[in-house]
Write a protein that binds this ligand. Structure first.
Ligand code: ADP
Ligand code: ADP
Length: 228
């Protein structure tokens, strides 16, 4: 599903954020990415959805090499990927419904089909009754649920999450994890960078630890492994 071979990323300022990473992630896996601040987790994640281009190496996702594709092919690749962030990144002037519908690929889709699909993903994240609300009218946890709905509306095979619980209180974080597990159980591969020790040590999944831009640990049902 996702395969990185000898991947390096050097930023224009000379910082080597990723130093020769090799990794294979199978379809349907749930993978936590952990490590200290500045370790290269975000860069690793950004390489996966082609927010950053590798300086060297190959990144294969669903048969496409992200290192080789043209700029204009990026939207095509992203269609098969959902991304969620710590700060949600919702569009403030659009309602919950519109934020999700806006992300939907609408090539020759009827209004009725769009509506059915948007309401269906809002139901998956438990927000059907808030479709008409605006981001500032709902809680942080609800905003993250909207961003999850937006990320899955095109049925992506991969969901990438960069610290999705970073701005949420513990109870809300567990709710978000329940939704992510549900999505994973429906077959979507999930890669999630996190600092949430309690979650990693409770909902046991594969753990990849990154330090200094290298993978220093890769364990099935691993633990968080850091103090905080
Ligand atoms: P983490 O997510 O583990 O905190 P990052 O991938 O954000 O790590 O950062 C890894 C290293 O790359 C750090 O030294 C950071 O300062 C540097 N870095 C991150 N983004 C950029 C950028 N856009 N330009 C230059 N250096 C960057
Ligand atoms: P930006 O100009 O901020 O990089 P984009 O034009 O790339 O934004 O995307 C528009 C909005 O959709 C942003 O809020 C961004 O965070 C979000 N977004 C972009 N790509 C994806 C994706 N694959 N899955 C979910 N949300 C995405």
């Amino acid at each position: 599903m996702i395969s990185m071979k000898e991947v390096w990323k050097k930023y224009p300022n000379g910082v080597m954020a990723v130093n020769g990473i090799d990794i294979e992630i199978e379809k349907g896996e749930f993978v936590y990415v952990v490590g200290p601040s500045g370790a290269g987790k975000s860069t690793f994640i950004k390489l996966m959805y082609r927010e950053e281009k590798p300086t060297r190496g190959d990144i294969l996702i669903g048969g496409k090499n992200l290192a080789k594709i043209k700029e204009r092919q990026i939207p095509l690749i992203r269609r098969n990927m959902g991304v969620i962030f710590q700060d949600f990144k919702l569009l403030p002037s659009l309602s919950v419904y519109e934020n999700v519908a806006f992300a939907m690929e609408v090539i020759e889709e009827s209004k009725a089909n769009i509506r059915r699909r948007v309401m269906n993903v809002l139901e998956i994240v438990g927000l059907k009754n808030k479709a008409r609300f605006y981001p500032h009218e709902i809680s942080g946890g609800e905003q993250q649920r909207v961003s999850i709905a937006r990320a899955i509306v095109n049925n992506p095979s991969v969901l990438i999450a960069d610290e999705p619980t970073g701005n949420l209180d513990p109870d809300t974080s567990w709710e978000i994890m329940n939704i992510l597990e549900d999505i994973n159980n429906r077959g979507t591969t999930i890669v999630m960078a996190t600092h949430n020790k309690e979650i990693v040590n409770t909902i046991r999944k594969r753990v990849i630890a990154i330090e200094g831009g290298r993978i220093v640990r890769d364990e099935a049902k691993g633990d968080y492994g850091y103090e905080k």
